[in-house]
Design a protein around this ligand. Structure first.
Ligand SMILES: Cc1cc2nc3c(=O)[nH]c(=O)nc-3n(C[C@H](O)[C@H](O)[C@H](O)COP(=O)(O)O)c2cc1C
Length: 191
């Protein structure tokens, strides 16, 4: 079964991106993936520093990396902070990008050659587009294969119904299209 991890760039209670991630995870499962939702806040990652890394690789960072190594693909769902990727998410990516054991500097075993998809919910009318543009570039730098489809949920505070579903048909159908493609590409790359 194709394994997909879902990572959310907001740990806020009532987060719109977590709501979007729950919908997307259900669609990933419907398309045949085995899904795990990673809780970045629970990993309690310190801000990356080389000194810390040399002293002892943090256990949360190692757990994150080992989990990602075992995945075929990753869905990133994140808000945009000041036009870019929130520190919570960037810091997690930075830790998981680091070599461990005998790996060389650019082994990138958590990410290299794996499929990725990106989604964002934002309270602005632009839906976090600038953040996703940066995120796409970061994921490409760590050698993920980022699928062209992406999902933006603008005006997220009005975007979800009481049942947690998206009110607008366009983002809802994009969630379905994007998750379907992610599972397909992740499976093909893993074959
Ligand atoms: C530090 C900070 C910076 C933000 N910058 C942006 C921004 O650049 N663009 C935007 O659309 N929303 C921005 N927002 C608002 C977020 O869209 C809003 O807080 C959203 O609810 C965050 O996602 P969440 O609900 O998943 O936590 C910012 C929020 C914070 C806290």
């Amino acid at each position: 079964m194709t394994k997909i991890a879902v990572i959310v760039g907001s740990a806020r209670e009532g987060s719109y991106n977590q709501a979007l991630a729950r919908l997307a995870a259900a669609r990933l499962e419907a398309h045949g993936a085995e899904v795990t939702a990673l809780d970045l806040a629970a990993l309690d990652l310190p801000i990356y520093s080389e000194a810390l890394e040399k002293e002892a690789f943090p256990s949360g960072a190692l757990a994150l990396k080992q989990h990602l190594v075992a995945q075929d693909g990753v869905l990133f769902v994140s808000p945009e902070y000041n036009g870019s990727v929130p520190a919570l998410l960037k810091n997690a990516i930075d830790w998981a990008s680091r070599p461990t054991g005998d790996e060389n500097l650019i082994a990138l075993t958590a990410f290299r050659g794996k499929a990725a998809a990106i989604m964002s919910a934002s309270v602005s009318p632009f839906g976090g587009l600038r953040g996703l543009t940066h995120l796409r570039q970061i994921l490409t730098t760590i050698q993920m294969v980022v699928i062209p489809e992406q999902v933006l949920v603008p005006l997220a505070h009005t975007g979800f119904g009481g049942d947690g579903e998206l009110k607008e048909p366009l983002p809802a159908s994009l969630v379905d299209m994007t998750t379907a493609r992610l599972v397909k590409v992740a499976a093909a790359l893993a074959a």
